[in-house]
Design a protein around this ligand. Structure first.
Ligand code: SF4
Ligand code: SF4
Length: 404
């Protein structure tokens, strides 16, 4: 079965590819101590130990091929949870990637989490949009260059090209935002010199979310709230409460709203408490939608965690970092004593149960995924073992320091 994932005709797999497949398997199984998947601890144990890692595919990111491949790579890298858009096709793509990873190596199945919002103005739930016909032909297209998701694709039409109404096309721009790839980071908005780009906000549909929560391949939900008022949260929670019965985890993601943050968390917890039959987690979103890779990007998330940690009256639940998290986050957390070093009892009370990686995690693997030749819209990374090995190494560099 393993070989059939990597080639339609197993004997034709070059020896180097076989070597890469074996290396992927060895790497993936090493992080779990080479124990059979059935003996591996459930993701909740990672939260208890403080080495939980969540991959954020993106609440608005709906490129199925990338979502599937990211899920495959990070399952092999040992993440505990994969957080994705609350959309049936996206959930299918995540589970497809996980299933493919489990065929490759004996690793544990991560939890699948869907992300929803209680507020139309949440930055995670928006898409950029513009009509390229409104763009001046001589625009240098800074929008295209700044987009971290390669979600803007423009082509300057040449002599002989015709647009729909048969009018003269030379010099005009064609293309625009690839909606499924846009995750709403907003970077393109301020760079357009002609103010042509709009942000379209949306709210996830309650009925769709309720149906997804009843699937047995969805384990968790994350509710994004801006935390300014709890009325919208209460409305959403009331609508969802009859669908959360089999969930393993309910997460609430909120930004740092200063002094009022903990009071808001208490109010949210009191809204959820009666219906909550599973674990709960607070996602401390230090720098929402930052997508930055520098050391500075992680500072706000760590500062947020340090402030919450210093408060005695924190609401019940696990705590996890997000927003601006990257390769520097673990070091920063260690410096302020919030990350539990292995075998160090002094750290046993450290607040943070784990880290969620979003834009940075997608970016380091995206560089590898862009090297996959796309065939008829399907691009399975396991068909390219050398690339899969490169991707797994990148993913391990991020996940490994938390886990090992
Ligand atoms: S909002 Fe972000 S992801 Fe979407 S098109 Fe603009 S730069 Fe790209
Ligand atoms: S920067 Fe603005 S005007 Fe230029 S191509 Fe992009 S959307 Fe069009």
């Amino acid at each position: 079965m393993l070989l059939s994932l990597c080639s339609a005709s197993p004997p034709s797999i070059p020896s180097n590819s076989r070597h890469c497949l074996q290396s992927v398997k060895t790497l993936a199984e090493s992080i779990s101590g080479n124990r059979p998947a059935s003996l591996l601890a459930a993701p909740i144990e990672s939260l208890r130990r403080g080495d939980w890692v969540k991959l954020i595919c993106g609440a608005s990111f709906e490129d199925m091929a990338d979502v599937r491949n990211l899920s495959l790579v990070y399952t092999l890298a040992g993440v505990d949870c994969i957080d994705c858009a609350a959309d049936a096709s996206v959930v299918n793509a995540v589970n497809d990637g996980i299933d493919a990873a489990l065929e490759i190596a004996s690793v544990r199945r991560p939890w699948v989490m869907i992300s929803v919002n209680d507020d139309r103005n949440d930055l995670h739930f928006r898409k950029a949009e513009f009509d390229p016909e409104d763009c001046p032909p001589d625009c240098s297209r800074p929008c295209e260059m700044v987009c971290p998701a390669n979600a803007i694709l423009l082509k300057r039409m040449s002599e002989g090209d015709e647009i729909q109404d048969g009018s003269h096309a030379r010099g005009k721009l064609q293309g625009g935002v690839i909606t499924e790839r846009c995750y709403g980071c907003g970077r393109c908005l301020p760079v357009c010199p002609f103010d042509r780009i709009r942000a379209i906000t949306y709210i996830r549909d309650l009925a769709t979310t309720s149906a997804l929560l009843k699937r047995n391949d969805v384990d968790a939900i994350e509710i994004h709230t801006r935390g300014r008022t709890t009325e919208l949260f209460k409305e959403l929670w009331t609508g969802l409460s009859s669908s959360i019965g089999h969930l393993k985890l309910v997460a609430v993601s909120l930004p740092d709203n200063g002094e009022s943050t903990v009071a808001t968390m208490h109010m949210i917890y009191s809204i959820m408490k009666t219906d909550l039959e599973c674990y709960n987690l607070w996602q401390l979103d230090g720098r929402p939608m930052s997508g930055d890779i520098g050391r500075g990007a992680t500072k706000e998330a760590v500062t947020f965690a340090a402030r919450i940690s210093s408060m005695q009256d924190r609401p019940h639940g696990f705590y996890q970092l997000a927003g601006g998290t990257n390769a520097h986050t673990i070091d920063s957390l260690r410096k302020v004593g919030l990350f539990r070093a292995k075998n160090d009892p002094a750290d046993s009370n450290a607040l943070i149960g784990g880290i969620a990686y979003g834009g940075y995690a997608r970016k380091i693997i995206g560089r590898v995924l862009r090297r996959i030749p796309s065939k008829h819209g399907h691009a399975h990374i396991e068909d390219y073992p050398e690339l899969m090995l490169d991707a797994i190494k990148e993913a391990f560099n991020l996940v490994g320091p938390v886990k090992c």
